[in-house]
Design a protein around this ligand. Structure first.
Ligand code: CAA
Length: 258
């Protein structure tokens, strides 16, 4: 595989860490960055030694959006034929949980990429927004859909129509992020969350992510049934036997699949 230019990739025990690293463009998500994030996350996903992934950026920017300069001169037919941004769907198909850690700007595609993560932590410096309306366009990496699902119509319309940026506190109040932490502790906190997830039994972790994600795609009755079927299936794992035996014996479980 070619060496990535716009991201840093490392492994810390059972946690894979992807750091967006294109400082001269505030981590703007160009095509090369897309390819690199998708390839790195797919490689981690394929490795059963990786139980969780952390995706982060810099102190100043998680990502300031799609790369405006790369898109500016393109025509509609070209965008359509390339199916511009469709490549990010591969990132949403990663089965391993992804902990997003946002400091600074998460704008446009940056906010949309953050919303593709499963658990989202924000530094107190984080700023979220969908400013595409100021460029004469609209969100194109799922923002109108995921923001509406994450924070509801009122705030989604407010952000998408005015381009208003919200701070970390407002993002937490609205349910966009699960925790706000001091900027200096963001990475440590994200690694801690990822290590916690990675220490569980991997089949149950993958099933849990799959079940929650199904809630966005199905009716309640179908979703509840899907959850129940996954629940039943997990009784085929030795880790279910171990987890429940450990509870009865008042000791920590020693999971095989982790
Ligand atoms: N695309 C390309 N380059 C970008 C960029 C982007 N989204 N965001 C920042 N940059 C570049 C700047 O052009 C600048 O490069 P030069 O030094 O070569 O001029 C460099 O990064 C540093 O940026 P600034 O000088 O602007 O930094 P600042 O601190 O003054 O401002 C900012 C920071 C408010 C985030 C500002 O950079 C900004 O408004 N960026 C654009 C935000 C935006 O509109 N994002 C949406 C993009 S469209 C999109 O994402 C579509 C989609 O739905 C997927």
């Amino acid at each position: 595989r070619e060496t990535p230019q716009n991201i840093l990739v490392e492994t810390r025990g059972r946690v894979g860490v992807i750091t967006l690293n294109r400082p001269k463009a505030l981590n703007a998500l160009d095509e090369a960055t897309l390819r690199e994030v998708v390839a790195a996350s797919a490689a981690m996903d394929a490795d059963p030694g990786t139980g969780a992934i952390v995706l982060t950026g810099s102190e100043k920017a998680f990502a300031a959006g799609a790369d405006i300069k790369e898109m500016a001169g393109r025509g509609a037919a070209e965008m359509y034929l390339a199916d511009w941004f469709a490549g990010w769907e591969a990132f949403t198909r990663v089965r391993t949980p992804v902990v997003g850690a946002v400091a600074g700007y998460a704008l446009g595609g940056g906010c949309e990429l953050a919303m593709m993560c499963d658990i989202l932590l924000a530094a107190d410096t984080a700023r979220f927004g969908q400013p595409e309306i100021n460029l004469g366009v609209i969100p194109g990496m799922g923002g109108s859909q995921r923001l509406a699902r994450a924070v509801g119509k009122a705030k989604a319309m407010d952000m998408v129509l005015t381009g208003r940026t919200i701070d970390a506190e407002e993002a937490e109040r609205a349910g966009l992020v699960s925790r706000v932490v001091p900027a200096a502790e963001l990475l440590q906190e994200a690694l801690g969350v990822a290590e916690t997830v990675a220490a569980k039994s991997l089949p149950s972790v993958l099933a849990a992510k799959e079940a929650v994600n199904a809630s966005f795609e199905t009716t309640l009755a179908q979703g509840v049934q899907f959850e129940r079927r996954l629940f039943h299936a997990l009784f085929a794992t030795e880790d279910q036997k171990e987890g429940m035996a450990a509870f009865a014996e008042k000791r920590a479980p020693r999971f095989t699949h982790r």
